[in-house]
Design a protein around this ligand. Structure first.
Ligand code: NAD
Length: 476
């Protein structure tokens, strides 16, 4: 496959092959498109030594110099947009147009953090004559970045950008199913002149890598995006060394649709958004609570838009939704649908795998789903929407908050009193009204409750990567 790069580890500024490799599969065709090098413990130890050395060099670099390397790397990635997008579509399945946008979003994350690199201000605290207190922000040290497969390029960009901007070094373990995005990032930073050891890239068995590296003393931050179950496990491991964690975990986003809403606009925009990235987005709108007076009209319009979704190989023109990124998501989704159906839900559209080649799943809408169905608590992380009627805003808010997650939430209304109530009462890190856009590089993104803690992006994003040191200084 021409578009797919040769996969290697990147340790101490050098590319490395390994004896053991695993296949990387195109989820639209099930063809093998590459071989993933599998790090051994000795590779991990080398990455750690390189990161320790890289940290020594990079923490001493001027913030402006760090920013310049980052901006150069982002410019290189922008030049390589088409090549990178094609490799993302090949390994992940998403439509090429969405992969192209993802490359640009990844660059924007790097560019935002490059701008923030020169603004990690401390402060002077007034005191007695001859005494000064000065607060410094200093890089935390070696970061272990663990990025997921749903956004192979933009997710690792967040972690690399945070570390590089603040003068940390990072060992990035990118997702085994979708390694090319991270490989392209490492190539771009290498070509931009990042010193050896500041960024190191490994792949392998996730549990072996995290188990070996998290408890190593030089690792001072574990930055993870993925499921709540894995995040909880990694947090427990990190706690042995009191290592800081940044956890961007699962969501199960509610959408509250009030009776004063423009039904057509809300239904069409929500259905289009639901099936983006085949629903494999932690902020994907999933539990729709629609006022009973507009429920039928809303559901009909949503289902019609869902039915019109063009599903296929992401390399083909006009395809809006590709396959699921990996095979194990097929039974996960089928089980949620069957469980809901057996408990009385109506499957208005979809609910099944498409064909038997490629991991395609139908755009799915379940309605009137009882609260005790698994899908009301478990994040489907796929092209599945639940639409239920509610009698009041009180009921909608109560249902919205009835899951352990609190990442993204959405509301549709033009009434100021409704928007005020949802702003105050919805338990989520990101709440959007009359739009399905949840974040930008310049806004802080993260969750509450079991969706994790810490924020990526915004002026808050770099805080995770720094420690605060207070200096008291008395004039002799
Ligand atoms: P999973 O729980 O098996 O894995 C989730 C991620 O964690 C993967 O990237 C995996 O490589 C990594 N991982 C697993 N065990 C690990 C370990 N011991 N150490 C380090 N990393 C480890 O789930 P899955 O089947 O890959 O994905 C489905 C679920 O993951 C979804 O339900 C969703 O909640 C979650 N997810 C969330 C995001 C997000 O953006 N928050 C992204 C991808 C997956």
């Amino acid at each position: 496959m021409n578009d797919y790069p040769e996969l290697k580890l990147y340790i101490g500024g050098e590319w490395r092959k390994t004896a053991e490799t695993l296949p990387v599969v195109n989820p639209a065709t099930e063809d093998e498109i590459g071989r993933l090098p599998h790090a051994e413990i000795s590779d991990l130890d080398d990455a750690l030594s390189a990161a320790v050395q890289g940290f020594r060099i990079w923490r001493a670099a001027a913030p402006r110099d760090r920013a310049n390397v980052m901006l150069k790397a982002a410019a290189i990635l922008r030049e390589r947009q088409e090549e990178i997008a094609r490799s993302i579509t090949a390994e992940h399945g998403k439509p090429l147009s969405q992969a192209r946008l993802e490359v640009i979003r990844g660059c924007e994350f790097i560019e935002w953090d490059a701008g923030e690199a020169v603004r990690t201000y401390g402060r002077v605290i007034p005191s007695a004559p001859g005494v000064r207190y000065v607060v410094h922000h200093q890089p935390i040290g070696v970061v272990l970045g663990l990025s997921p497969w749903n956004f192979p390029m933009s997710q690792p960009c967040r972690k690399v950008a945070g570390a590089v901007a603040t003068g940390c070094s990072i060992i990035l373990k990118a997702a085994e199913e979708t390694p090319a995005g991270a490989l392209h990032i490492a190539r771009a930073f290498h070509d931009a002149g990042l010193p050896p050891g500041v960024l190191n890239l490994v792949f392998g068995t996730p549990a072996v890598i995290s188990d070996h590296l998290i408890r190593q003393d030089p690792v001072r931050l574990v930055a993870f995006t993925g499921s709540t179950a894995v995040g909880r496990h990694l947090t427990t491991l990190a706690s042995e060394n009191m290592t800081r964690v940044l956890m961007e975990l699962g969501g199960h986003a509610p959408v509250i649709v009030c009776e004063d809403t423009d039904v057509e606009r809300a239904a069409i925009s929500s259905a289009a958004r639901k099936y983006r990235n085949a629903g494999q987005v932690c902020t994907s709108p999933t539990r729709f609570f629609v006022h009973e007076s507009i429920f039928d009209e809303y559901t009909d319009k949503f289902v019609r838009r869902a039915a019109a979704t063009v599903v296929g190989n992401g390399l083909e023109d006009k395809v809006e939704m590709g396959p699921l990124a990996n095979e194990r998501r097929l039974p996960a989704l089928s089980n949620l649908v069957e469980d809901a159906r057996s408990k009385g839900a109506e499957v208005r559209i979809g609910g099944s795998r498409i064909g038997n080649k490629g991991y395609f799943f139908e755009p799915t809408v379940l309605v009137n789903v009882p609260d005790h169905a698994k899908v009301m608590q478990e994040e489907p992380f796929g092209p599945l929407a639940v639409i239920n009627p509610v009698a009041s805003l009180d009921e909608a808010i109560e249902k919205a908050n009835s899951v352990p997650f609190g990442l993204a939430a959405y509301g549709f209304s033009n009434r100021a009193d409704y928007i005020d109530r949802m702003t105050d009462e919805i338990e989520a890190g990101n709440v959007s009204f009359n739009t399905l856009e949840a974040s930008l590089p310049e806004t802080p993104f993260g969750g509450v409750k079991s969706s994790g803690y810490g924020r990526e992006g915004g002026i808050e994003g770099l805080e995770n990567y720094m420690v605060i040191k207070n200096i008291s200084h008395s004039m002799q």
